[in-house]
Structures are given as C-alpha cells and as structure tokens.
Design a protein around this ligand. Structure first.
Ligand code: ADP
Ligand code: 5GP
Length: 204
C-alpha cells in the first residue's frame, strides 16, 4: 500500500477554512481530518472529539512536556496542537491527513516534514474577510478586531507556502484544492513502486 501525506491548510480566521475542509472531507474519502487539541471553549454546535479535543491548559501543558504534539501554537489567546501519533498513523495508513492549522504550526510541520503539502487559503479582499467574520456571528467585537489584526500578519507569510487558493467562489476554491491533492497523489516519489507494478503486468 502506498503512503499518504500531510496536507496543511492555513488562512486567516473567517477565510472559509472550515467550510472548505468540510467539503473536501465529503468529496474525497482518502482525506482524514486531524482533530486538534485546544484550550479554547467549544462554540455552539462544536462537538468534543469531532471538531477539536477540548482540553484544559494544565492537560495541554502536560502533553507539551510529554512531546505529544507534532506542532503547537498560541493563537488568538488560546493554545492549539496536533497529535503526532494520530497524524503519522494516518499517513502510514495511506491517508491524506488534513491539518487545518495556523501559520506558526504550518512552519513547524514543514521543518519536521519537508514533504508536507501546504496551502494558504486567501480571502478575495480584507473587506470581504471582515464581512465573513462579522456575519458568522461567533466572536465579540474585540475578538473580531484581534482576528483582523492577525490576518494582516498571517497573509504576509503566504510566500512560505507551496500553494495559494483564493476563496471567492466556494466551488472554484474547492475544485482548485482537489486539483492540488490529485496532482500531489501522482508524484512519483509518493509512488516508488509504480514501475514494478506496471512491469509485473508483463507483455512482450
Ligand atoms: P474559517 O474556518 O476560516 O474561520 P469559516 O469556514 O467558518 O472560516 O467561514 C467563515 C464564514 O464565511 C462562514 O459564515 C462561511 O459560511 C462563510 N464562507 C465561507 N466560504 C465562503 C465563500 N466562498 N463565499 C462566501 N461566504 C463564505
Ligand atoms: P478557531 O478557534 O477559530 O477554530 O481556530 C483559530 C486558529 O487556530 C485558526 O487559524 C486555526 O487554523 C488554528 N488552529 C486550529 N487547530 C490548530 C492546531 O492544532 N495547531 C495550530 N498551530 N493552529 C491550529
């Protein structure tokens, strides 16, 4: 069986990462979502173990000490981290393991696993980004201002990523990410036995 790979999607809050990731998970059963751990409180409708593992700061710190995280970061006043064990198991099982994480985390993953595929999801404009965060109605005004401030810093790091996708029309954005995934699945280095597979089929 061929190995899978890590796929990181980052982008400022409100760009549409969650929306795009849900659509990808529906469409491609090879994709597995990496459920992060966070010290943030659940939002309405969020389910523990599905959207995030919601844990206390004390438990988070213990996990950092025990080196359980592939990457972790402090984002908008909360801690977030990716379990090394579960994502590497996904890769070994041939999955495309989707990490929806921030820029700091993405750079840590790239450092440890240079073969990771990183995509930066951009909003069509800063005005539209603010509109989406406001309309989503999940943050206070202070939190919205903090997210907009961070958005400018995050976007300035797009050059560190392999790909960018602009989430203007949702279907086009999803389609572009699917194309990236399809192309990455066909990299020769990810299919080292492809030659044997064809040659074993025989011929003259
Ligand atoms: P993120 O996970 O990046 O914080 P969300 O997926 O929660 O962002 O999306 C933020 C808001 O923008 C949601 O209300 C979502 O329905 C909306 N949204 C997402 N993609 C688009 C799009 N292409 N066009 C218009 N609205 C969108
Ligand atoms: P939210 O609280 O809105 O779900 O996420 C806030 C930010 O944290 C987003 O930019 C999201 O991508 C990022 N994030 C979510 N999980 C992780 C994680 O495990 N690691 C890192 N570094 N960032 C994460």
């Amino acid at each position: 069986m061929k190995e899978g790979f890590l796929l990181v999607i980052s982008g400022p809050a409100g760009t549409g990462k969650g929306t795009v990731c849900n659509a990808l998970l529906e469409k491609d059963k090879d994709i597995m979502f990496s459920v992060s751990s966070t010290t943030r409180l659940p939002r309405e409708g969020e389910v523990d173990g599905v959207n995030y593992n919601f844990i206390t700061k004390e438990i988070f710190e213990k996990m950092v000490e025990a080196d359980k995280f592939l990457e972790h970061a402090y984002v908008h006043t909360n801690y977030y981290g990716t379990s090394e064990e579960s994502v590497m198991k996904g890769v070994a099982d041939g999955k495309v393991v989707l990490l929806e994480i921030d820029v700091q985390g993405a750079l840590q993953v790239k450092e440890k696993h240079p073969e990771v595929v990183t995509i930066f999801l951009l909003p069509p404009s800063m005005e539209e980004l603010e509109r989406r965060i406001v309309d989503r109605n999940t943050e206070t005004e202070e939190e919205i201002n903090k997210r907009m401030e961070n958005a400018y810093k995050e976007i300035s790091l797009v050059s560190k990523y392999d790909y960018y996708v602009v989430n203007d029309d949702l279907d086009i954005a999803i389609n572009e990410i699917e194309s990236i995934v399809k192309a990455e699945k066909l990299r020769v280095k990810r299919n080292p036995k492809i030659e044997d597979y064809i040659l074993e089929k025989g011929g003259n």
